[in-house]
Design a protein around this ligand. Structure first.
Ligand code: BES
Ligand code: ZN
Ligand code: ZN
Length: 474
């Protein structure tokens, strides 16, 4: 879809967003009387995201913004507008921003994100509705079309990767995709395979992959590698399929486990976006790519692993594999890149999804200032987060009896604080002086709930948030 800026639009559909106290008099008679009629009858009073169609020679869609517009209501209004345009098969639509300023970015994002569908595997039928070919923004403002579009495209890239079936994206395929993007947009990509990982001793990550016939990969992306600044490090869980290992998942729980590489996809999406925006920030991304399967050589409960940082881990549960992958990925980047901070993304625990649902990610870490920055960016992109505490007694729950650590918490009862203790385990793999935050995206990365601009399935959650955070950094 082409996006253009104009002062006076001619389009198949014109979108007029209106706040609750909208002034009817500024419209031509034909529109003002229609609006007045619907305002008086109570059918359209500008309430948040309510809509009113007016069809005729010129089609209009009025969208309520509530009392006052903000970025998120604009993003949602624009998604509703774009989907309406597609539904009525409008080839062009124009979104009026005239009385409002500063909203072009959310409006562009909302339309692109709202129109997204995963179509890679669908046969196109002739009469399927098509995306409109052009969206016009009616405004006198200067608009940075390119930036907004690139950021939205970064989100779509992650959605596509996450939605793709596991058999079509084994670790080496994800690396190929990263290399293709790296070459196209200008960041370096190197990847370590099984032999190299064995030599280096990333045994915790390697153990998870032992039940699989696919080759594991630790893929390292670097934006502006020549920069003298310490890098920001991003680490992602890339379990391309999580069958649970020998302690296999029960049937329903295994569904959607193609999405267990969403953390890695998010890292790739963020770096691709920053590269396309020509950011001069030094950023390193690490994707820990494995498959958690059942096979003759699969790792077993009570196996003992020696991680890259030398700590020993007793495997209590083969389905708590994400933390084993992240453990090595985190200590690898911490040791070899000396980053100024590390942020990891992982579909780590069912516990996070149970606690916070599909629209809120859990954040925890060892540095309040970093977590505050994440919360700030979260407010501006409306990708919601909630902080969980990492008190010392949670760390105690992850101590082993015959090893340094165990991969599942000791709990006096049947249940325990799974999302927090997973985070507590990860904290053992970053140096205490490296600011680090862990974001559990188990609920937000792959949604069963659809909202205005977030579809079911892969959501691309976190790309907009992190691009905002990294671009804001001094
Ligand atoms: N990948 C899952 C977590 C998950 C669950 C993500 C649901 C998205 C939706 C993770 O590897 C896992 O299996 N965690 C288990 C650990 C448990 C067996 C100790 C969990 O949290 O239930
Ligand atoms: Zn698992
Ligand atoms: Zn998993």
């Amino acid at each position: 879809m082409k996006i253009t800026v104009t002062e006076k639009a001619k389009a198949d559909l014109i979108i007029i967003p209106l706040t609750e106290n909208f002034d009817i008099r500024k419209f031509p008679k034909s529109i003002s009387s229609y609006l007045e009629e619907h305002k008086e009858s109570g059918l359209f009073k500008g309430k948040k995201l309510s809509t009113l169609e007016m069809n005729g020679k010129q089609n209009f869609l009025f969208i309520g913004l509530g009392k006052e517009p903000d970025d998120d209501v604009m993003r949602k209004a624009s998604a509703i507008a774009a989907k309406h345009a597609k539904k009525i098969r409008a080839d062009t639509f124009a979104f009026s921003l005239k009385p409002y300023s500063g909203f072009s970015q959310p409006v562009i994002e909302g339309a692109i994100l709202g129109l997204y569908e995963f179509t890679e595997y669908k046969r196109r039928k002739k009469d399927d509705p098509k995306d409109p070919s052009e969206m016009m923004l009616i405004t006198k403002e200067k608009v940075d079309l390119r930036t907004s579009k690139i950021i939205a495209d970064g989100v779509l890239l992650v959605r596509d990767l996450v939605n793709r079936p596991a058999s079509d994206k084994p670790p080496t395929k994800v690396v190929e995709e990263a290399k293709r993007l790296g070459e196209k947009y200008g960041f370096s990509v190197k990847s370590l395979g099984k032999k190299e990982l064995e030599k280096l001793g990333l045994n915790s990550l390697l153990a998870v992959n032992r039940g699989s016939d696919k080759e594991p990969q630790l893929c390292i992306l670097e934006l502006n590698p020549k920069s003298k600044d310490k890098p920001v490090a991003l680490v992602g869980k890339g379990v391309t399929f999580d069958a649970g290992g020998l302690q296999v998942k029960p049937d329903k729980y295994m569904n959607d486990m193609k999405s267990d590489m969403a953390g890695a996809a998010t890292v790739l999406g963020i770096i691709t976006t920053l590269a396309r925006l020509k950011s001069d920030k030094h950023v390193v991304g690490v994707m820990g790519l494995v498959e958690n399967m059942l096979g003759p050589d699969a790792y077993k409960p009570n196996d003992i692993l020696k991680a890259y940082n030398g700590k020993t881990i007793e495997v209590i549960h083969t389905d708590a594999e994400g933390r084993l992958v992240l453990a090595d990925a985190l200590s690898y980047v911490d040791k070899n890149y000396k980053p100024k901070e590390i942020i990891d993304f992982a579909t780590l625990t069912g516990s996070c999804l149970f606690a916070l649902g599909y629209r809120v990610a859990a954040v925890m870490g060892n540095d309040e200032a970093l977590i505050e920055r994440i919360k700030d960016s979260s407010k501006s992109t409306d990708e919601l987060v909630w902080q969980l505490p990492l008190y010392n007694h949670y760390k105690e729950m992850m101590k082993g009896s015959i090893t340094d650590l165990r991969n599942l918490h000791k709990s006096p009862g049947q249940y325990g604080p799974g999302a927090i203790t997973a985070g507590a385990f990860l904290s053992e793999f970053v140096h205490k002086n490296t600011p680090w935050a862990h974001i559990d995206i188990a609920g937000t990365a792959f949604s069963a709930e659809r909202t205005e601009y977030v579809p079911e399935g892969g959501t691309g959650w976190g790309v907009r948030l992190m691009v905002d955070l990294i671009l804001d950094e001094d």
